[in-house]
Ligand binder design. Sequence first.
Ligand SMILES: [Zn+2]
Length: 567
Amino acid sequence: MIRRIALALTLAAVLFISSPPLTNNAAATEYDIIIRNGRVIDGSGRPAYCADLAIKGDRIIFVGSNGEAQKYVGRNTRVIDLGGRTMVPGMTDAHHHLSGVGFREMTLNLEGINNLEDFLAKVKERVVQKKPGEWVTGRGWIETFWTPPVFPTRWDLDKVAPDNPVFLDRADGHGAVANSAALKIAGVDKSTPSPFGGEISRDKQSGEPNGMLLDAAQDLVQRHIPGTTAAEAERAIILGVNRDVALGWTQVQDPGGSYAEVALMEKLYEEGKIKLRIYKALSAPGREADRLLSEGPIVGKYGNHLTVRALKLYADGSLGSRSAALLQPYSDKPDTSGFLTIKEEALQPVLQEALRKGIQIETHAIGDRGNRFILDQYEKAMNAVPKAQWKIKEPRWRVEHSQIVNPADIPRFAKLGIIPSMQASHAIGDLHFAPSRLGIARLAGAYAWQSFIKSGSIVPGGSDAPVERGEPMIEFYAAVARKDLKGFSGEGWHPEEAVSREQALRMFTVWPAYAAFEEKLRGSIEPDKLADFTILSADIMKIPETEILKTRCVMTVIGGEIVYEAK
Ligand SMILES: [Zn+2]
Protein backbone atom coordinates (compact mmCIF):
# COMPACT_ATOMS: atom_id res chain seq x y z
CA MET A 1 0.00 0.00 0.00
CA ILE A 2 2.67 2.46 1.10
CA ARG A 3 4.69 1.42 -1.94
CA ARG A 4 1.81 2.37 -4.24
CA ILE A 5 1.51 5.81 -2.66
CA ALA A 6 5.22 6.39 -3.16
CA LEU A 7 4.91 5.42 -6.82
CA ALA A 8 1.98 7.79 -7.24
CA LEU A 9 4.10 10.54 -5.74
CA THR A 10 6.96 9.79 -8.10
CA LEU A 11 4.54 9.98 -11.00
CA ALA A 12 3.21 13.29 -9.73
CA ALA A 13 6.76 14.57 -9.56
CA VAL A 14 7.49 13.51 -13.12
CA LEU A 15 4.31 15.17 -14.41
CA PHE A 16 5.18 18.32 -12.62
CA ILE A 17 8.39 18.88 -14.56
CA SER A 18 6.43 20.41 -17.45
CA SER A 19 4.24 22.56 -15.17
CA PRO A 20 4.83 26.22 -14.32
CA PRO A 21 7.10 27.10 -11.38
CA LEU A 22 5.86 26.22 -7.94
CA THR A 23 3.49 28.50 -6.21
CA ASN A 24 2.49 28.27 -2.60
CA ASN A 25 -0.65 26.32 -3.43
CA ALA A 26 1.44 23.63 -5.07
CA ALA A 27 1.98 21.99 -1.70
CA ALA A 28 0.86 18.60 -2.95
CA THR A 29 3.67 18.33 -5.47
CA GLU A 30 6.47 20.18 -3.77
CA TYR A 31 8.92 18.15 -1.80
CA ASP A 32 9.13 18.17 1.95
CA ILE A 33 12.89 18.18 2.10
CA ILE A 34 15.57 18.88 -0.43
CA ILE A 35 19.06 17.95 0.63
CA ARG A 36 21.63 19.78 -1.42
CA ASN A 37 25.31 19.65 -1.90
CA GLY A 38 25.95 16.36 -0.15
CA ARG A 39 28.63 13.80 -0.96
CA VAL A 40 26.46 10.75 -1.27
CA ILE A 41 27.69 7.24 -0.61
CA ASP A 42 24.61 5.41 -1.77
CA GLY A 43 25.56 1.90 -0.72
CA SER A 44 25.77 0.52 -4.28
CA GLY A 45 29.56 0.37 -4.14
CA ARG A 46 29.91 3.54 -6.23
CA PRO A 47 32.35 6.05 -4.69
CA ALA A 48 30.99 9.23 -3.11
CA TYR A 49 29.41 11.62 -5.61
CA CYS A 50 27.90 15.08 -5.31
CA ALA A 51 24.15 14.97 -5.46
CA ASP A 52 20.86 16.51 -4.42
CA LEU A 53 18.12 14.48 -2.86
CA ALA A 54 14.40 15.01 -2.70
CA ILE A 55 12.19 13.58 0.00
CA LYS A 56 8.45 13.40 0.16
CA GLY A 57 6.86 11.93 3.24
CA ASP A 58 9.15 9.19 4.48
CA ARG A 59 10.58 8.24 1.07
CA ILE A 60 13.42 9.23 -1.18
CA ILE A 61 11.88 10.52 -4.42
CA PHE A 62 15.01 11.15 -6.37
CA VAL A 63 18.76 11.33 -6.16
CA GLY A 64 19.95 13.68 -8.84
CA SER A 65 22.79 15.91 -9.89
CA ASN A 66 23.60 19.09 -8.01
CA GLY A 67 21.07 21.87 -8.53
CA GLU A 68 18.43 19.59 -10.05
CA ALA A 69 16.18 19.74 -7.00
CA GLN A 70 15.91 23.52 -6.98
CA LYS A 71 12.77 23.63 -9.11
CA TYR A 72 10.82 21.56 -6.60
CA VAL A 73 11.36 23.91 -3.73
CA GLY A 74 8.04 25.19 -2.46
CA ARG A 75 7.04 27.38 0.42
CA ASN A 76 7.03 24.46 2.88
CA THR A 77 10.09 22.71 1.56
CA ARG A 78 12.95 22.55 3.95
CA VAL A 79 16.21 22.97 2.09
CA ILE A 80 19.26 21.57 3.78
CA ASP A 81 22.69 22.42 2.46
CA LEU A 82 25.20 19.81 3.55
CA GLY A 83 28.15 21.89 2.44
CA GLY A 84 29.91 18.86 0.94
CA ARG A 85 29.45 16.66 3.99
CA THR A 86 29.20 12.92 3.57
CA MET A 87 25.89 11.12 3.60
CA VAL A 88 25.61 7.38 3.99
CA PRO A 89 22.50 5.16 4.15
CA GLY A 90 21.00 5.31 7.64
CA MET A 91 23.22 3.15 9.81
CA THR A 92 21.81 0.17 11.70
CA ASP A 93 23.16 -1.60 14.76
CA ALA A 94 22.21 -5.25 14.23
CA HIS A 95 22.61 -6.19 17.90
CA HIS A 96 21.83 -3.51 20.42
CA HIS A 97 20.10 -3.88 23.78
CA LEU A 98 18.24 -0.60 23.77
CA SER A 99 16.87 -0.59 27.33
CA GLY A 100 20.25 -1.83 28.59
CA VAL A 101 21.90 1.16 26.97
CA GLY A 102 19.40 3.47 28.68
CA PHE A 103 19.81 1.76 32.06
CA ARG A 104 23.57 2.04 31.72
CA GLU A 105 23.06 5.80 31.65
CA MET A 106 20.69 5.64 34.64
CA THR A 107 22.43 3.28 37.07
CA LEU A 108 26.01 3.01 38.23
CA ASN A 109 28.02 2.98 35.00
CA LEU A 110 31.23 1.08 35.61
CA GLU A 111 32.71 1.33 32.12
CA GLY A 112 36.25 2.48 31.59
CA ILE A 113 37.56 1.56 35.05
CA ASN A 114 41.11 0.23 35.04
CA ASN A 115 41.67 -1.38 38.44
CA LEU A 116 39.93 -2.83 41.47
CA GLU A 117 40.68 0.21 43.61
CA ASP A 118 38.88 2.63 41.27
CA PHE A 119 36.05 0.13 40.88
CA LEU A 120 35.51 -0.02 44.65
CA ALA A 121 35.79 3.75 44.98
CA LYS A 122 33.04 4.19 42.42
CA VAL A 123 30.81 1.66 44.20
CA LYS A 124 31.44 3.38 47.54
CA GLU A 125 30.42 6.72 46.06
CA ARG A 126 27.02 5.23 45.27
CA VAL A 127 26.67 3.31 48.54
CA VAL A 128 27.02 6.44 50.67
CA GLN A 129 24.08 8.00 48.80
CA LYS A 130 21.85 5.10 49.81
CA LYS A 131 20.14 4.16 53.05
CA PRO A 132 21.38 0.94 54.71
CA GLY A 133 19.59 -2.02 53.16
CA GLU A 134 18.90 -0.31 49.83
CA TRP A 135 20.15 -2.11 46.73
CA VAL A 136 23.07 -0.80 44.73
CA THR A 137 23.06 -2.04 41.13
CA GLY A 138 25.17 -1.22 38.12
CA ARG A 139 26.91 -2.62 35.10
CA GLY A 140 29.76 -2.20 32.68
CA TRP A 141 32.84 -3.37 34.59
CA ILE A 142 35.29 -5.60 32.81
CA GLU A 143 38.36 -6.91 34.60
CA THR A 144 40.27 -7.94 31.47
CA PHE A 145 41.73 -4.42 31.35
CA TRP A 146 42.60 -4.35 35.04
CA THR A 147 46.01 -5.07 36.53
CA PRO A 148 45.84 -7.83 37.57
CA PRO A 149 42.90 -9.02 35.41
CA VAL A 150 40.97 -10.93 38.09
CA PHE A 151 37.28 -10.92 38.98
CA PRO A 152 36.27 -8.84 42.01
CA THR A 153 34.83 -10.80 44.95
CA ARG A 154 32.10 -10.41 47.54
CA TRP A 155 34.79 -9.69 50.11
CA ASP A 156 36.16 -6.80 48.05
CA LEU A 157 32.67 -5.33 47.87
CA ASP A 158 31.98 -5.93 51.57
CA LYS A 159 34.77 -3.49 52.40
CA VAL A 160 32.85 -0.61 50.79
CA ALA A 161 29.31 -1.93 51.20
CA PRO A 162 28.87 -3.77 54.50
CA ASP A 163 25.19 -2.82 54.93
CA ASN A 164 23.80 -2.59 51.41
CA PRO A 165 23.15 -5.46 49.02
CA VAL A 166 25.22 -4.89 45.87
CA PHE A 167 24.82 -6.55 42.46
CA LEU A 168 27.01 -5.42 39.58
CA ASP A 169 26.80 -6.86 36.07
CA ARG A 170 29.95 -7.46 34.13
CA ALA A 171 29.93 -5.57 30.80
CA ASP A 172 29.01 -8.72 28.89
CA GLY A 173 25.98 -9.45 31.06
CA HIS A 174 27.11 -13.07 31.44
CA GLY A 175 28.56 -12.59 34.88
CA ALA A 176 27.91 -10.43 37.90
CA VAL A 177 29.45 -9.89 41.29
CA ALA A 178 27.32 -9.77 44.43
CA ASN A 179 28.40 -8.87 47.95
CA SER A 180 27.67 -10.84 51.12
CA ALA A 181 24.51 -8.87 51.94
CA ALA A 182 23.08 -9.68 48.51
CA LEU A 183 24.02 -13.36 48.72
CA LYS A 184 22.41 -13.54 52.15
CA ILE A 185 19.12 -12.10 50.90
CA ALA A 186 19.20 -14.63 48.05
CA GLY A 187 20.02 -17.48 50.44
CA VAL A 188 23.08 -18.42 48.39
CA ASP A 189 25.68 -20.18 50.55
CA LYS A 190 28.18 -23.00 50.55
CA SER A 191 25.47 -25.62 50.17
CA THR A 192 23.70 -23.97 47.18
CA PRO A 193 24.28 -26.00 44.00
CA SER A 194 25.02 -24.23 40.70
CA PRO A 195 21.85 -24.18 38.56
CA PHE A 196 21.76 -25.65 35.05
CA GLY A 197 23.32 -23.23 32.59
CA GLY A 198 25.12 -21.28 35.28
CA GLU A 199 27.82 -21.38 37.88
CA ILE A 200 28.24 -20.10 41.42
CA SER A 201 31.99 -19.41 41.57
CA ARG A 202 33.63 -20.52 44.78
CA ASP A 203 36.72 -19.82 46.82
CA LYS A 204 39.17 -22.65 46.12
CA GLN A 205 40.07 -23.25 49.78
CA SER A 206 36.82 -22.73 51.67
CA GLY A 207 34.30 -23.66 48.99
CA GLU A 208 32.32 -20.54 49.94
CA PRO A 209 30.66 -18.64 47.05
CA ASN A 210 33.09 -15.83 46.19
CA GLY A 211 30.39 -13.51 44.84
CA MET A 212 30.87 -14.15 41.11
CA LEU A 213 27.75 -15.58 39.50
CA LEU A 214 27.86 -16.76 35.91
CA ASP A 215 24.96 -16.86 33.45
CA ALA A 216 21.89 -18.62 34.93
CA ALA A 217 23.35 -18.33 38.46
CA GLN A 218 22.91 -14.55 38.30
CA ASP A 219 19.19 -15.02 38.56
CA LEU A 220 19.53 -16.46 42.08
CA VAL A 221 20.27 -12.93 43.29
CA GLN A 222 18.73 -10.89 40.51
CA ARG A 223 15.19 -12.02 41.28
CA HIS A 224 15.44 -10.40 44.73
CA ILE A 225 16.29 -6.97 43.37
CA PRO A 226 13.18 -4.78 43.40
CA GLY A 227 11.89 -4.61 39.83
CA THR A 228 12.20 -1.47 37.80
CA THR A 229 9.04 0.58 37.54
CA ALA A 230 7.35 1.20 34.22
CA ALA A 231 8.39 4.85 34.51
CA GLU A 232 12.06 3.85 34.86
CA ALA A 233 11.79 1.42 31.96
CA GLU A 234 10.23 4.15 29.85
CA ARG A 235 12.97 6.58 30.78
CA ALA A 236 15.61 4.01 29.83
CA ILE A 237 14.11 3.60 26.35
CA ILE A 238 13.96 7.37 25.82
CA LEU A 239 17.54 7.86 27.03
CA GLY A 240 18.76 5.00 24.85
CA VAL A 241 16.96 6.33 21.77
CA ASN A 242 18.17 9.90 22.23
CA ARG A 243 21.73 8.74 22.62
CA ASP A 244 21.52 6.43 19.61
CA VAL A 245 20.10 8.91 17.12
CA ALA A 246 22.72 11.46 18.18
CA LEU A 247 25.38 8.92 17.24
CA GLY A 248 23.81 8.32 13.83
CA TRP A 249 21.93 5.07 14.30
CA THR A 250 18.64 5.00 12.40
CA GLN A 251 17.61 1.51 13.50
CA VAL A 252 18.64 -0.82 16.27
CA GLN A 253 17.91 -4.52 16.24
CA ASP A 254 17.17 -5.28 19.86
CA PRO A 255 17.62 -8.93 20.83
CA GLY A 256 15.46 -10.19 23.67
CA GLY A 257 12.74 -8.67 25.79
CA SER A 258 9.09 -8.82 26.68
CA TYR A 259 5.70 -7.70 25.47
CA ALA A 260 5.67 -5.24 28.37
CA GLU A 261 8.69 -3.58 26.79
CA VAL A 262 7.03 -3.65 23.36
CA ALA A 263 3.94 -1.99 24.88
CA LEU A 264 6.13 0.79 26.28
CA MET A 265 7.75 1.28 22.89
CA GLU A 266 4.32 1.45 21.26
CA LYS A 267 3.21 4.05 23.79
CA LEU A 268 6.32 6.14 23.13
CA TYR A 269 5.83 5.97 19.34
CA GLU A 270 2.20 6.98 19.74
CA GLU A 271 3.21 9.94 21.89
CA GLY A 272 5.87 10.90 19.35
CA LYS A 273 8.62 10.60 21.95
CA ILE A 274 10.85 8.18 20.06
CA LYS A 275 11.83 8.18 16.38
CA LEU A 276 14.48 5.49 16.13
CA ARG A 277 13.44 2.36 14.23
CA ILE A 278 13.40 -0.73 16.42
CA TYR A 279 13.53 -4.33 15.22
CA LYS A 280 12.68 -6.18 18.37
CA ALA A 281 13.12 -9.85 19.24
CA LEU A 282 11.32 -11.38 22.21
CA SER A 283 12.99 -13.70 24.71
CA ALA A 284 12.56 -17.44 24.29
CA PRO A 285 11.66 -20.03 25.36
CA GLY A 286 8.75 -19.15 27.66
CA ARG A 287 5.68 -16.99 27.90
CA GLU A 288 6.77 -14.24 25.51
CA ALA A 289 7.75 -16.77 22.87
CA ASP A 290 4.47 -18.67 23.20
CA ARG A 291 2.55 -15.46 22.68
CA LEU A 292 4.51 -14.43 19.57
CA LEU A 293 4.10 -17.91 18.12
CA SER A 294 0.36 -17.82 18.67
CA GLU A 295 -0.39 -14.15 17.89
CA GLY A 296 2.04 -13.82 15.00
CA PRO A 297 4.42 -10.99 14.21
CA ILE A 298 4.04 -7.22 14.26
CA VAL A 299 5.56 -5.94 11.01
CA GLY A 300 6.29 -2.33 10.09
CA LYS A 301 4.06 -0.61 12.65
CA TYR A 302 4.15 3.21 12.92
CA GLY A 303 5.43 3.71 9.39
CA ASN A 304 7.98 0.91 9.52
CA HIS A 305 9.35 2.00 12.88
CA LEU A 306 8.54 -1.09 14.93
CA THR A 307 8.79 -4.73 13.95
CA VAL A 308 8.51 -7.71 16.29
CA ARG A 309 8.93 -10.95 14.39
CA ALA A 310 11.88 -12.73 15.98
CA LEU A 311 12.72 -14.79 19.03
CA LYS A 312 16.01 -14.56 20.90
CA LEU A 313 17.53 -17.70 22.42
CA TYR A 314 20.83 -18.47 24.12
CA ALA A 315 23.03 -21.45 23.31
CA ASP A 316 25.91 -20.65 25.68
CA GLY A 317 27.62 -17.96 27.76
CA SER A 318 30.54 -15.62 27.07
CA LEU A 319 34.25 -15.94 26.44
CA GLY A 320 35.25 -13.35 29.04
CA SER A 321 33.37 -15.23 31.79
CA ARG A 322 34.64 -18.58 30.39
CA SER A 323 31.04 -19.75 30.04
CA ALA A 324 31.07 -19.94 26.22
CA ALA A 325 30.83 -23.63 25.23
CA LEU A 326 34.08 -24.76 23.58
CA LEU A 327 34.86 -28.04 21.84
CA GLN A 328 38.14 -28.26 23.82
CA PRO A 329 38.94 -26.91 27.30
CA TYR A 330 39.90 -23.29 27.87
CA SER A 331 43.63 -22.78 27.33
CA ASP A 332 43.91 -20.70 30.52
CA LYS A 333 41.63 -22.91 32.65
CA PRO A 334 41.89 -26.52 31.46
CA ASP A 335 39.31 -27.80 33.98
CA THR A 336 36.47 -26.18 32.05
CA SER A 337 35.22 -25.95 28.47
CA GLY A 338 32.24 -23.74 29.33
CA PHE A 339 28.63 -24.87 29.07
CA LEU A 340 25.52 -24.89 26.93
CA THR A 341 22.62 -22.94 28.40
CA ILE A 342 19.75 -24.71 26.66
CA LYS A 343 18.77 -28.31 26.03
CA GLU A 344 17.58 -29.80 22.78
CA GLU A 345 14.20 -30.71 24.36
CA ALA A 346 13.52 -27.05 25.12
CA LEU A 347 14.83 -25.82 21.79
CA GLN A 348 13.28 -28.08 19.15
CA PRO A 349 9.59 -27.34 19.84
CA VAL A 350 10.27 -23.58 19.58
CA LEU A 351 12.35 -23.92 16.40
CA GLN A 352 9.85 -26.17 14.65
CA GLU A 353 6.87 -24.03 15.59
CA ALA A 354 8.77 -20.92 14.44
CA LEU A 355 9.20 -22.43 10.98
CA ARG A 356 5.49 -23.14 10.77
CA LYS A 357 4.54 -19.66 11.98
CA GLY A 358 7.12 -17.64 10.03
CA ILE A 359 8.94 -16.41 13.10
CA GLN A 360 12.63 -15.59 12.80
CA ILE A 361 15.02 -17.21 15.27
CA GLU A 362 18.17 -15.55 16.53
CA THR A 363 20.36 -17.47 18.94
CA HIS A 364 23.33 -16.26 20.92
CA ALA A 365 26.33 -18.56 20.35
CA ILE A 366 29.89 -17.64 21.24
CA GLY A 367 31.98 -20.81 21.55
CA ASP A 368 32.79 -23.29 18.78
CA ARG A 369 30.72 -25.94 20.60
CA GLY A 370 27.86 -23.47 21.11
CA ASN A 371 27.92 -22.59 17.41
CA ARG A 372 28.10 -26.20 16.21
CA PHE A 373 25.28 -27.11 18.58
CA ILE A 374 22.97 -24.40 17.29
CA LEU A 375 23.75 -25.13 13.63
CA ASP A 376 22.92 -28.79 14.30
CA GLN A 377 19.71 -27.78 16.05
CA TYR A 378 18.63 -25.40 13.25
CA GLU A 379 19.39 -28.10 10.68
CA LYS A 380 17.48 -30.69 12.66
CA ALA A 381 14.38 -28.47 12.94
CA MET A 382 14.56 -27.62 9.22
CA ASN A 383 14.67 -31.31 8.37
CA ALA A 384 11.89 -32.15 10.81
CA VAL A 385 9.35 -29.71 9.36
CA PRO A 386 8.51 -30.41 5.69
CA LYS A 387 9.33 -27.38 3.51
CA ALA A 388 5.69 -27.13 2.40
CA GLN A 389 4.80 -26.28 6.00
CA TRP A 390 7.31 -23.43 6.33
CA LYS A 391 5.38 -20.19 6.43
CA ILE A 392 8.35 -18.27 4.98
CA LYS A 393 10.51 -19.88 2.29
CA GLU A 394 13.60 -18.03 3.45
CA PRO A 395 13.36 -17.97 7.25
CA ARG A 396 16.69 -16.06 7.57
CA TRP A 397 17.49 -17.46 10.99
CA ARG A 398 20.44 -15.83 12.66
CA VAL A 399 23.22 -16.77 14.99
CA GLU A 400 24.09 -13.81 17.17
CA HIS A 401 27.86 -13.38 17.59
CA SER A 402 29.07 -16.52 15.70
CA GLN A 403 32.21 -15.58 17.51
CA ILE A 404 34.44 -18.63 17.73
CA VAL A 405 33.53 -21.05 15.00
CA ASN A 406 35.38 -24.17 14.01
CA PRO A 407 36.57 -23.42 10.43
CA ALA A 408 34.77 -26.56 9.22
CA ASP A 409 31.45 -25.05 10.38
CA ILE A 410 31.83 -21.66 8.65
CA PRO A 411 30.51 -22.81 5.22
CA ARG A 412 27.52 -24.47 6.89
CA PHE A 413 26.00 -21.05 7.59
CA ALA A 414 25.64 -20.05 3.93
CA LYS A 415 24.63 -23.58 2.97
CA LEU A 416 21.77 -23.59 5.48
CA GLY A 417 20.85 -19.95 4.78
CA ILE A 418 21.75 -18.97 8.34
CA ILE A 419 22.97 -15.45 9.00
CA PRO A 420 26.03 -14.89 11.19
CA SER A 421 25.24 -11.62 13.00
CA MET A 422 28.61 -10.42 14.28
CA GLN A 423 30.15 -7.66 16.37
CA ALA A 424 33.20 -5.84 15.09
CA SER A 425 34.00 -4.19 18.42
CA HIS A 426 34.05 -7.53 20.27
CA ALA A 427 37.14 -8.46 18.26
CA ILE A 428 39.01 -5.33 19.26
CA GLY A 429 38.04 -5.60 22.92
CA ASP A 430 38.58 -9.35 23.13
CA LEU A 431 41.97 -9.32 21.42
CA HIS A 432 43.43 -8.57 24.85
CA PHE A 433 42.26 -11.83 26.41
CA ALA A 434 40.95 -14.18 23.69
CA PRO A 435 44.44 -15.51 22.83
CA SER A 436 44.97 -16.68 26.41
CA ARG A 437 41.46 -18.14 26.68
CA LEU A 438 41.68 -19.96 23.34
CA GLY A 439 45.36 -20.40 22.42
CA ILE A 440 46.72 -19.28 19.06
CA ALA A 441 45.42 -22.22 16.97
CA ARG A 442 41.77 -21.62 17.83
CA LEU A 443 41.99 -17.99 16.71
CA ALA A 444 41.51 -19.25 13.15
CA GLY A 445 37.74 -19.13 13.00
CA ALA A 446 37.44 -16.45 15.70
CA TYR A 447 35.72 -13.20 14.65
CA ALA A 448 36.19 -14.52 11.12
CA TRP A 449 34.19 -11.90 9.21
CA GLN A 450 36.05 -12.20 5.92
CA SER A 451 35.93 -16.01 5.94
CA PHE A 452 32.18 -15.84 6.45
CA ILE A 453 31.75 -13.35 3.61
CA LYS A 454 33.95 -15.44 1.30
CA SER A 455 31.91 -18.52 2.12
CA GLY A 456 28.80 -16.71 0.84
CA SER A 457 27.34 -15.32 4.06
CA ILE A 458 26.12 -11.82 4.57
CA VAL A 459 27.33 -10.46 7.90
CA PRO A 460 25.16 -7.88 9.65
CA GLY A 461 27.27 -5.89 12.12
CA GLY A 462 26.24 -4.99 15.62
CA SER A 463 27.81 -3.54 18.73
CA ASP A 464 26.06 -5.59 21.42
CA ALA A 465 25.76 -2.37 23.42
CA PRO A 466 25.81 -2.01 26.40
CA VAL A 467 28.39 -4.82 26.30
CA GLU A 468 30.39 -2.50 24.05
CA ARG A 469 29.99 1.24 23.69
CA GLY A 470 27.59 1.03 20.75
CA GLU A 471 28.96 3.78 18.51
CA PRO A 472 28.81 3.52 14.70
CA MET A 473 32.28 4.93 14.13
CA ILE A 474 33.88 2.54 16.64
CA GLU A 475 32.15 -0.37 14.89
CA PHE A 476 33.13 0.78 11.41
CA TYR A 477 36.72 1.31 12.52
CA ALA A 478 36.87 -2.06 14.29
CA ALA A 479 35.62 -3.85 11.18
CA VAL A 480 38.17 -2.32 8.82
CA ALA A 481 41.13 -1.97 11.20
CA ARG A 482 40.73 -5.03 13.45
CA LYS A 483 42.95 -3.20 15.93
CA ASP A 484 42.04 -1.70 19.27
CA LEU A 485 41.31 1.99 19.64
CA LYS A 486 45.02 2.68 20.17
CA GLY A 487 45.94 0.86 16.96
CA PHE A 488 47.19 -2.30 18.70
CA SER A 489 46.57 -5.83 17.50
CA GLY A 490 48.38 -8.83 18.91
CA GLU A 491 50.29 -11.73 17.40
CA GLY A 492 48.10 -14.15 15.48
CA TRP A 493 45.07 -11.86 15.39
CA HIS A 494 44.37 -12.67 11.72
CA PRO A 495 44.45 -9.23 10.08
CA GLU A 496 43.18 -10.91 6.89
CA GLU A 497 39.78 -11.25 8.58
CA ALA A 498 39.33 -7.45 8.53
CA VAL A 499 36.85 -6.24 5.93
CA SER A 500 37.03 -3.58 3.21
CA ARG A 501 35.29 -0.28 3.76
CA GLU A 502 32.59 -1.22 1.24
CA GLN A 503 31.98 -4.41 3.17
CA ALA A 504 31.97 -2.53 6.47
CA LEU A 505 29.38 -0.11 5.16
CA ARG A 506 27.19 -3.04 4.14
CA MET A 507 27.63 -4.57 7.60
CA PHE A 508 25.92 -1.54 9.11
CA THR A 509 23.38 -0.72 6.38
CA VAL A 510 22.02 -3.17 3.84
CA TRP A 511 23.08 -6.41 5.54
CA PRO A 512 21.19 -5.72 8.77
CA ALA A 513 18.29 -4.64 6.55
CA TYR A 514 18.43 -8.06 4.87
CA ALA A 515 18.64 -9.78 8.24
CA ALA A 516 15.40 -7.97 9.14
CA PHE A 517 13.63 -8.74 5.81
CA GLU A 518 13.87 -5.03 4.97
CA GLU A 519 16.43 -4.86 2.16
CA LYS A 520 13.78 -3.58 -0.28
CA LEU A 521 12.85 -0.85 2.19
CA ARG A 522 16.12 0.47 3.57
CA GLY A 523 19.87 0.05 3.60
CA SER A 524 20.81 2.11 0.54
CA ILE A 525 20.12 5.55 -0.88
CA GLU A 526 17.89 5.15 -3.90
CA PRO A 527 14.43 6.29 -5.00
CA ASP A 528 11.47 4.64 -3.30
CA LYS A 529 13.41 3.57 -0.23
CA LEU A 530 12.86 5.04 3.20
CA ALA A 531 14.64 8.35 3.66
CA ASP A 532 17.04 7.21 6.37
CA PHE A 533 20.47 8.82 6.35
CA THR A 534 23.46 9.28 8.56
CA ILE A 535 25.38 12.43 7.72
CA LEU A 536 28.99 12.47 8.81
CA SER A 537 31.73 15.01 9.28
CA ALA A 538 34.11 13.12 6.95
CA ASP A 539 34.19 10.58 4.11
CA ILE A 540 34.75 7.37 6.04
CA MET A 541 35.40 5.48 2.80
CA LYS A 542 38.54 7.51 2.17
CA ILE A 543 40.07 9.11 5.26
CA PRO A 544 43.00 7.44 7.07
CA GLU A 545 41.88 4.66 9.40
CA THR A 546 42.68 6.54 12.61
CA GLU A 547 40.51 9.47 11.55
CA ILE A 548 37.42 7.27 11.38
CA LEU A 549 37.31 7.43 15.18
CA LYS A 550 37.30 11.25 15.06
CA THR A 551 34.40 11.32 12.61
CA ARG A 552 31.20 12.71 14.09
CA CYS A 553 27.55 12.38 13.23
CA VAL A 554 26.31 15.75 11.99
CA MET A 555 22.73 14.85 11.26
CA THR A 556 20.44 11.84 11.48
CA VAL A 557 17.39 11.55 9.25
CA ILE A 558 14.80 8.83 9.80
CA GLY A 559 11.88 8.50 7.40
CA GLY A 560 12.45 12.03 6.09
CA GLU A 561 12.44 13.46 9.58
CA ILE A 562 15.52 15.16 10.95
CA VAL A 563 15.79 13.51 14.34
CA TYR A 564 19.21 14.84 15.27
CA GLU A 565 21.26 17.81 14.22
CA ALA A 566 24.64 18.63 15.75
CA LYS A 567 24.82 22.09 17.24
ZN1 LIG B 1 23.73 -9.22 23.26
